[in-house]
Design a protein around this ligand. Structure first.
Ligand SMILES: NC(=O)c1ccc[n+]([C@@H]2O[C@H](COP(=O)([O-])OP(=O)(O)OC[C@H]3O[C@@H](n4cnc5c(N)ncnc54)[C@H](OP(=O)(O)O)[C@@H]3O)[C@@H](O)[C@H]2O)c1
Length: 298
């Protein structure tokens, strides 16, 4: 058996998710050999099979885009959330450590409690409010413990052409209804999976290690994002009906999982490592909606 990992072979978990679908073509375009086991081929709930699968495939990197991402459902299914977001991450890190493979683990702004007034830095104290946030934080901790050279990338408010996300939901509702109500007292940065994918590829290209924050530039509430989605969606040619978007407080939509009220992530550490200028969220949104319309019309 080979003692070294196969150079430049990257295994992407969750390749059918919204980030995975954006990332895989970016990595292939940069010349990586990318393997994308299906959920059935690498089910992260089956912990005792993870090691054998990883060791038999021997990727140089695993980019772990798979996760239990249903934030509200996690409150009533904590065991499943911890199994996928914490225990499976530990298994991946241990398996990779057995032959010198590396892990890039995706994490989230939900590891913070949102009580800050300035963008969170990578070394700020984690203090998750929800089961999802805690399970992702403990996953980070296991990855760092078993594989100290893990790259951890925390991101936030993801949307993209593929998969389910807030932007696509608002666009659909705006094409069906005249009036929408959207929360305006949570702040963060909408982040397109397209720009995040290039940031991840840049970190892989440089084989860096450590924790990094990446989001697009700027700040918005969910209400701001909804308004922009409706405006840019209409401009892109979607049959938008919505005439009124009403800002409402978080309490108007009670949810099982508390959300951080302030989710901005500082990009000071990552900025100089990137091969591109981080786009403003509104610019990314405009591009994404135009591309979505083009796909829609194909
Ligand atoms: N979405 C956000 O706003 C956001 C914000 C911050 C951080 N993140 C992090 O970014 C990463 C990517 O998120 P995303 O939005 O792309 O998530 P996503 O669209 O929900 O994709 C997650 C993927 O993981 C797969 N998966 C779930 N359980 C699995 C299992 N047991 N075994 C194998 N695969 C499994 C899912 O398959 P099925 O679809 O078949 O279940 C899906 O393909 C995650 O680590 C997430 O925590 C996301």
């Amino acid at each position: 058996m080979n003692a070294q990992p196969v150079t430049e072979k990257i295994l992407v978990t969750g390749a059918d998710g919204q980030l995975g679908q954006a990332l895989v073509p970016v990595l292939r375009a940069r010349g990586y050999e990318v393997i994308t086991p299906t959920y059935q081929e690498l089910d992260l709930t089956v912990l005792d099979q993870i090691r054998d699968k990883i060791v038999s495939l021997r990727p140089a990197w695993v980019v772990n885009c798979a996760a239990y991402t249903q934030v509200d459902e996690a409150e009533s299914e904590p065991e499943l959330s911890y199994r996928i977001n914490r225990d499976a991450v530990g298994q991946l890190a241990q398996a990779l450590g057995s032959y010198g493979g590396r892990l890039l683990q995706l994490s989230t702004d939900y590891v913070f409690d949102g009580h800050h007034y300035q963008p969170y830095r990578e070394d700020d104290q984690a203090s998750p409010l929800s089961v999802y946030g805690r399970s992702k934080w403990e996953g980070e901790e296991l990855a760092r413990a078993y594989r100290p050279d893990t790259i951890i990338v925390r991101t936030a408010w993801l949307y993209g052409i593929a998969g389910r996300n807030f932007v696509k939901t608002i666009l659909r509702l705006a094409c069906e209804r005249q009036h929408l109500r959207v929360v305006d007292d949570q702040l963060g940065t909408p982040t397109c999976t397209a720009s995040l994918s290039h940031a991840l590829a840049d970190l892989l290209d440089q084989a860096l290690a450590g924790t990094y924050h990446y989001t697009d530039e700027g700040v918005a509430s969910w209400y701001d994002l909804a308004v922009a989605t409706v405006e840019e969606g209409r401009r892109a040619g979607f049959p938008v009906k919505a005439q009124r978007i009403e800002p409402v407080p978080t309490q108007a939509f009670p949810r099982p999982a508390p959300r951080p009220a302030f989710s901005l992530l500082s990009k000071a550490k990552i900025r100089s490592l990137l091969s591109f200028t981080i786009p403003h969220w509104r610019e990314s949104l405009t591009t994404m909606l135009r591309d979505l319309k083009r796909c829609d019309s194909c």
